[in-house]
Design a protein around this ligand. Structure first.
Ligand code: GAP
Length: 440
């Protein structure tokens, strides 16, 4: 990557718009600050990120189950979790230009960094979005848009444990939207007010917490590496004691080297028994686990790997970005095959001699077998390869003159540029196998 960091970010933003990965929300109305819409390629990429996470956290494991809790929860949940009192950022306003800043991001708390005007006193700003439930807009009908998915898991701990007959150590995983009224959103989709989280709460015996904390730190770092993030762009950063959240005994961040510097991708925290105890006290219903064998009640400890689907998607986009060494105008998105929005593109060499019909059959076969594929018949073959490289499609299947005589097609590999022939009838099998191999 020869580009300077800030340029790279604007290149990614414009590529995302041009190719349909990500658009500004409500763009025709001038856009809505910090809100983004995923286009045809982006929605596939983000779904693949979430599916890869779900596979590794739930589908492929015997000790973790899934949950999909409501976004709106009883307001007392947020009182007990500490979010009502403590989920705040220190805020200052400029009295002249009215710009808002996070006080902890400023070196000078007197002068506005933008216009030099005078700043207000620091005040606490709660990041939870409020809304009203039902027809009356009064204090008693206030509900909050969840700022994390985790609390839906904690309040359902016993429901899930009993329904699925689980015994610690076990985990409950959830993917869903969360909302935070961030004071300074920015850096494209990195910090937004509406985002998706991929969180898993792993319930273990209190004396095994350190061991599980280590296990999840390594497992989560490996997940990003396995899905193609370059080792040099990834690191684990342990939190200093004064950085720890009110509920955490230990915490570390998986950080990615974004063009704007090392920043958090995911947090892994040892939340102890804080949440289960707080909800038990607050609701008056014990969430303690009853061990049938020892006949004892106890509160498990919790290790929480908490990732952001949008942040992970952004990191995968940035890390995949590459340009052709011989032709720097040519962009190649080197997505891991499991994450690539389109797995294979079917390209008839020319629009005649039966090639489009033959290609159409292969294309249909791929779709019928749930392989996300594309079909492109317009312009020269080189241009079509370039378009697929820019979308990050790992394989192109070309139907050419030889296909019409021996029923074989050319497969072109995005990264090696290698080309080889396979039987047209084997396309589904070959691409499906490549996808399976990439996953393991
Ligand atoms: N349950 C713990 C928790 O929510 P967090 O570190 O505040 O921890 C977890 O959030 C992850 O959610 C972050 O590492 C990040 O990937 C994502 N995330 C948090 N705030 C975000 C925001 N404003 N925009 C995009 N992603 C966000």
């Amino acid at each position: 990557m020869a580009q300077k960091a800030p340029d790279l970010m604007s290149t990614i933003v414009s590529l995302c718009k041009r190719r349909g990965f990500i658009f500004q929300s409500s763009e025709i109305y001038g856009g809505l600050n910090s809100c983004w819409d995923y286009g045809p390629l982006g929605v596939e990429l983000k779904r693949n990120v979430k599916e890869a996470w779900w596979r590794s956290m739930v589908t492929n494991r015997r000790d973790i189950v899934g949950l999909d809790a409501a976004i709106l929860m009883h307001p007392k949940v947020w009182e007990a979790s500490g979010h009502l009192a403590g989920f705040t950022d220190p805020l200052v306003d400029c009295k002249s230009c009215k710009e808002r800043f996070r006080a902890d991001h400023l070196e000078n708390l007197v002068k506005c960094p933008k216009c030099g005007g005078q700043l207000t006193e620091v005040r606490k700003f709660n990041l939870m979005f409020k809304t009203f439930m039902g027809p009356v807009d009064d204090q008693s009908s206030i509900v909050y848009m969840r700022p994390e998915t985790a609390q839906g898991i904690f309040v359902n701990f016993l429901n899930v444990q009993q329904a699925a007959r689980l015994k610690p150590p076990f985990g409950i995983a959830q993917i869903g939207k969360s909302f935070r009224n961030e004071i300074t959103p920015g850096n494209f989709t990195y910090r937004t007010r509406e985002f998706e989280q991929m969180e898993m709460e792993f319930f273990c015996m209190p004396d095994t917490d350190a061991q599980w904390y280590d296990y999840w730190r390594t497992a989560r770092l490996d997940w990003y590496l396995h899905h193609g993030i370059r080792k040099d762009n990834l690191r684990l950063r342990e939190h200093a004691p004064d950085e720890l959240a009110h509920y955490a005994k230990a915490c570390c961040d998986v950080e990615y080297l974004f063009p704007f510097g090392w920043s958090e991708l995911e947090g892994i925290a040892n939340r102890t028994d804080f949440d289960l105890k707080r909800h038990s006290e607050s609701s008056g219903k014990s969430l303690a686990y009853f061990d049938e064998e020892t006949k004892q009640r106890m509160f498990p400890y919790v290790i929480e790997p908490a990732a952001g689907a949008d942040r992970a998607t952004l990191a995968f986009l940035i890390d995949a970005y590459d340009v052709d060494k011989e032709d720097p105008q040519r962009v190649i998105m080197r997505f891991h095959p499991s994450l690539a929005p389109i797995k294979a593109a079917v390209l008839p060499l020319v629009k005649k001699e039966g090639m489009p019909e033959k290609a159409e059959k292969i294309y249909k076969d791929l779709l019928d077998n749930s392989v996300r594929a594309a079909f492109d018949v317009s312009s020269a073959i080189g241009r079509r390869y370039a378009r697929q490289d820019e979308a990050g499609t790992p394989y192109c299947i070309t139907v050419d003159g030889q296909t019409m005589t021996d029923d074989t097609v050319t497969v072109r590999d995005r990264d090696s540029r290698e080309q080889y022939r396979i039987a047209a009838a084997a396309c589904v099998e070959v691409i499906t196998k490549k996808m399976k191999d990439a996953r393991s």
